[in-house]
Design a protein around this ligand. Structure first.
Ligand code: PMT
Length: 232
């Protein structure tokens, strides 16, 4: 259908930050507001898709027609993603997942120690959610198209291409998060889209624009990849 090109498709999107507890009152996190991921969810729903949105702690209303699952930690986001992504057509990882969590979250509030100037926290790696979903494509049944984001402060294209390859993604949306007014927390964003089209590398530069418009362009490009790729 012309205006509903995503009708019949199930799209799973992660959004927002994750929050990794240090003790009952403190956590590690980042500045993701969820705006970009929620804009993607709204755009996919407007184009007719069934949308599952897995969100870290954010302050945003759920877009119309979107099924939302709220999580806090990377491990919870991982679990929800695995559950939903095995039956979807398109998985988009827009969440700013904390790469590390405390090796053990303290049971009680960590006390300030007299006479000690420093405090050393032991961190361990969180699972790489999107790389794990991308590996599903090798298993029978689960084969979503996998689109990642790359948030970089320098060497945007080189780092994004590295993530595209290393995480075995089909497409990556690279955004420079060092530009004022774009990226984390902002209403606007700009991106460089990189994908694998089978015959060499693609690429497209999307200038600064409202996240709602950028989201629409990303979803449309992903739908293009979905229809052009070989059926499994
Ligand atoms: O939420 P907003 O305020 O609107 O800001 C939007 C944004 C800047 C957060 C968004 O556009 C963005 O860039 N999201 C990805 C942020 C990020 O953490 O990028 P990364 O380069 O660290 O991760 C690369 C990819 O791997 C991402 O698809 C990420 O979701 C995924 N990842 C990373 C680590 C991890 N443990 N698991 C993952 O799935």
């Amino acid at each position: 259908a012309g205006e509903m090109p995503a009708r019949g498709l199930h799209v799973v999107i992660t959004a927002g930050p994750t929050r990794e507890p240090l003790d009952p009152v403190r956590y590690l996190s980042n500045h993701s507001s969820g705006k970009m991921g929620f804009a993607l969810a709204a755009a996919a729903a407007e184009l007719g898709a069934r949308v599952s949105l897995i969100s870290g702690p954010v302050n945003l209303p759920t877009p119309a027609g979107v099924e939302r699952t709220d999580v806090e930690t990377a491990r919870q986001m991982h679990e929800a993603s695995r559950r939903l992504a095995t039956e979807c057509d398109l998985f988009i990882g827009c969440a700013a997942v904390a790469d590390y969590r405390a090796a053990t979250a303290a049971e009680h509030k960590i006390k300030k120690r007299e006479g000690e100037e420093g405090l050393t926290l032991k961190l361990v790696k969180n699972p790489d959610i999107i790389a794990d979903i991308a590996r599903l494509r090798d298993s029978a049944g689960g084969r979503p198209l996998v689109v990642g984001f790359a948030a970089e402060t320098r060497e945007l294209e080189a780092y994004a291409r590295d993530k595209l390859e290393r995480k075995r993604l089909d497409m990556i949306v690279a955004n420079d998060v060092s530009t004022a007014g774009l990226g984390f927390g902002a209403d606007d964003n700009a991106a460089l889209l990189l994908w694998r089209d089978g015959e060499g590398e693609g690429g497209a530069s999307l200038p600064p624009q409202p996240k709602s418009e950028l989201a629409r362009a990303v979803i449309e490009r992903a739908l293009g990849c979905l229809t052009s790729r070989p059926v499994h």
